[in-house]
Design a protein around this ligand. Structure first.
Ligand SMILES: O=C(O)CCC(=O)C(=O)O
Length: 263
């Protein structure tokens, strides 16, 4: 299975419409891949809090339409990263997965919102559903950026059958070491592929880490991008997930009924 991660640059000098067209063209260039992945909030920028409301879109808005068309034209499964979803109940950081027919097959509202008492944490609602997407050759587990810090979410995704953990992000350069460390940790502890796709550039004065990374179920880094705009293409052997789990059955040894702490 071939996967391409598009680490697109998000800079305030580029109008969103132009970036949308550019992202769609980059997706079309990946024809021949099985799965293409874009990062978190690549339209407005993950830290451009002031633009969240004005840049919010419904799930049949211009970004979703452009991504559906690009997936269809390229004939790929497309994890289109996330956008600011405008729903009746408010705003959400929502990821979208399209089939090669251009059909929206899954959406995922980010569960752990970043910012503590500001930014996304106060401007957006929290998702409350675990999301997987069934591809012909693999089950994707969906998570977004800050979710990467919460291993319990990934355990639930594994229990739901995830083999490829796909994590679009807008991770800051200042915490780049955490990004690569946590991506490898999630791969090793869940014996799954991790496909973590970040953004390049600087927006809202926050330099982005880039360094999109693909890690195999043994924790080996198959590919890692630099800081700039880049497409990372990797071959994945999905059967390696089952092989790793059989040969080193650590997941089997989980203590599901852990005793309550003694007080
Ligand atoms: O956890 C981090 O350090 C970064 C998270 C983040 O930037 C986000 O979720 O948008």
């Amino acid at each position: 299975m071939r996967a391409s991660l598009i680490q697109i640059g998000v800079d305030p000098g580029e109008p969103v419409e132009k970036r949308r067209t550019r992202a769609a063209a980059l997706v079309r260039e990946q024809a021949g891949a099985d799965l293409v992945v874009l990062p978190e909030l690549w339209t407005v920028g993950a830290f451009a809090y002031d633009a969240f409301a004005s840049g919010a879109e419904p799930l049949d808005g211009p970004t979703a339409s452009a991504m559906a068309a690009a997936a269809r034209d390229a004939g790929v499964w497309l994890h289109a990263g996330s956008l600011v979803e405008r729903a009746a109940e408010g705003l959400y950081n929502t990821s979208l997965v399209f089939s090669p027919a251009g059909e929206l097959v899954r959406s995922y509202r980010k569960i752990h919102r970043f910012g503590f008492d500001r930014g996304e944490a106060v401007l957006m609602g929290a998702g409350d559903e675990i999301a997987t997407a069934e591809l012909p050759d693999a089950t994707l587990g969906l998570a977004t950026c800050y979710d990467l810090r919460f291993p319990e979410l990934f355990r639930l995704l594994v229990d739901a059958g995830a083999q490829l953990l796909v994590i679009p992000a807008g991770w800051p350069a200042r915490r780049r070491e955490h990004w690569t460390l946590l991506a490898r940790a999630r791969a090793v502890e869940n014996q799954a592929y991790v496909l973590a796709c970040g953004t390049a550039g600087t927006h809202a004065d926050v330099e982005q880490a880039g360094h999109s990374i693909v890690v195999d179920p043994w924790g080996e880094v198959l590919a890692e991008a630099g800081a700039g705009e880049q497409v990372l293409t990797v071959e994945l052997d999905v059967a390696k997930v089952a092989r790793t789990r059989e040969e080193f059955p650590a997941l089997r040894d989980r203590l599901l009924g852990l005793p309550a702490p003694r007080r």
